[in-house]
Each structure stands twice: as C-alpha cells, then as structure tokens.
Design a protein around this ligand. Sequence first.
Ligand SMILES: C[S@@+](CC[C@H](N)C(=O)[O-])C[C@H]1O[C@@H](n2cnc3c(N)ncnc32)[C@H](O)[C@@H]1O
Length: 235
Amino acid sequence: MWLRDSLLWLLKEKIVGADGRRDRAVRALDVGCGPGFTMELFSPFVRVKGIDSDKDMVSACQIRGLDVALGEAEEIPFEDGSFDLVYCSFLLLWVKDPLTVIKEMKRVSNRWVVCFAEPDYGGRLDYPAQLSSLAELVADDLKNDGGDPFIGRRLRSLYSQAGMNAELGVHMGIWDLDKLLEESEEELKRLESGTSAMHLIEKLEALRVARNEAHRTGSLFQFNPIFYAIGLKNP
Ligand SMILES: C[S@@+](CC[C@H](N)C(=O)[O-])C[C@H]1O[C@@H](n2cnc3c(N)ncnc32)[C@H](O)[C@@H]1O
C-alpha cells in the first residue's frame, strides 16, 4: 500500500475528475483484485466490483463486504461495455497472455482501460554497488514463479496491439531509509526461503551485511520503477 497516494492521485486526476463526474458515478471493475486493497482505496470515489481467479482471495474480499466474484481475466464474466473504468494492478506480470487480458478489459469497458501498477525489475537501481546483483536475483525468482519481471516496458506495445494509445507514467518508488530496510529484509527472506543452494544463501547473507552497513551510514538507496498505463476505448 506504499503506492496509495500515487494511485489515488491518478484516479482523481485522470479519471474521476477528468469529466467533472461526481464521486461514485463511475462504475469500475478491478480485474485480479487480490485481497481488495485497491478496491477499498478507490471505493469512496468509484462504485467498484472485483474479480479474481483465486477463490480464497474472493472469500477474503467478501468477508470484508467487497463486491467480488470468481472470474478469469482472460474471460471476464461481464457483457461488453459494462463498466466506465476497467483496471488492474500487479496482475499482468502474472498472466500467461497479457494481450488477451488487455483486450478483455477493453471489451467490458465503455471508456477507461487502466493498468495502475506493473513493475519492471530491469529498471531497478540499487546503491551501493555491492547491492546491484539484487535486481537480477529478484527478477530470476519472479521468472521461476512464472511471472514476467519486465512487464512494465511492454505496456505501450500491449495497449497498441489492443488498439489503444496508452498514456504512460511511472510511480516514484523511492522509500525512506527505514522503510527501505524493512522492504529489503522482506525481499531477502523471500529469496532465502526459495532456495537451498548454499552458494546463494551465502551470497544473500553477504548482501544483508552490505545492506545493513549502507543503512547504518545512511547511503542505502533503491529505485524500483512501477509503471502505469491509461487507455481510452474510444478516444
Ligand atoms: C499480485 S496480486 C495483485 C492483487 C491486487 N490487484 C493488488 O494490486 O493488490 C495478483 C492477483 O491476480 C490474481 N490473478 C492471477 N491471474 C489471474 C487471472 N488469470 N484471472 C484473474 N485473476 C488472476 C491472483 O489470484 C492475485 O490475487
């Protein structure tokens, strides 16, 4: 949820406020809504439904009173043009065929088709230099889990193939020192839990030592680009 301010700014600046519409006049669909955090964030401003292919996610959302149903992004269970805004976040990196998903999102939208957040680990910067191998380790880990760590750079092409011009932008993924330490520790633990290879475990421990030292001296830095794309069905 570190993106929340940036996501809200996008929603209000580019969508809710764009046509001078009143709050909650926009009908929205969150595709691959997960635990529903983005739905909760947006629900004061748009009337939002969600779908997800994981029934545990659907139940978790329903328990919290969110309007969520089981559904596949590749075959969205709604009629053409059912929503004013169809959006996703951190979904395209996980799907096998992102173009089919974007086309489906366009089909059920009558106006906006928005990817609010997709990462690109190829654009990640880490400092000091000893930490630069982290981006590749994280990207490989994501690939092993079936994800596309470089989805961010493909957004323009995907929109274009789906017949839309995308307005592209990037969220400022720069954390303060303590938040960065916390996030970096989560990341190292995730990488450690995914391997039993001794050389990798030792490498990760060496990265932790370098990371702690950089935090202590106040030089630790990371930039993690998260892209967004806004398309219009009928510009
Ligand atoms: C990384 S989570 C992102 C959740 C949420 N959009 C967010 O930004 O917090 C990805 C979600 O997409 C769902 N998902 C993955 N593939 C899907 C598909 N083909 N159709 C629908 N949902 C899918 C997963 O079950 C998961 O809940």
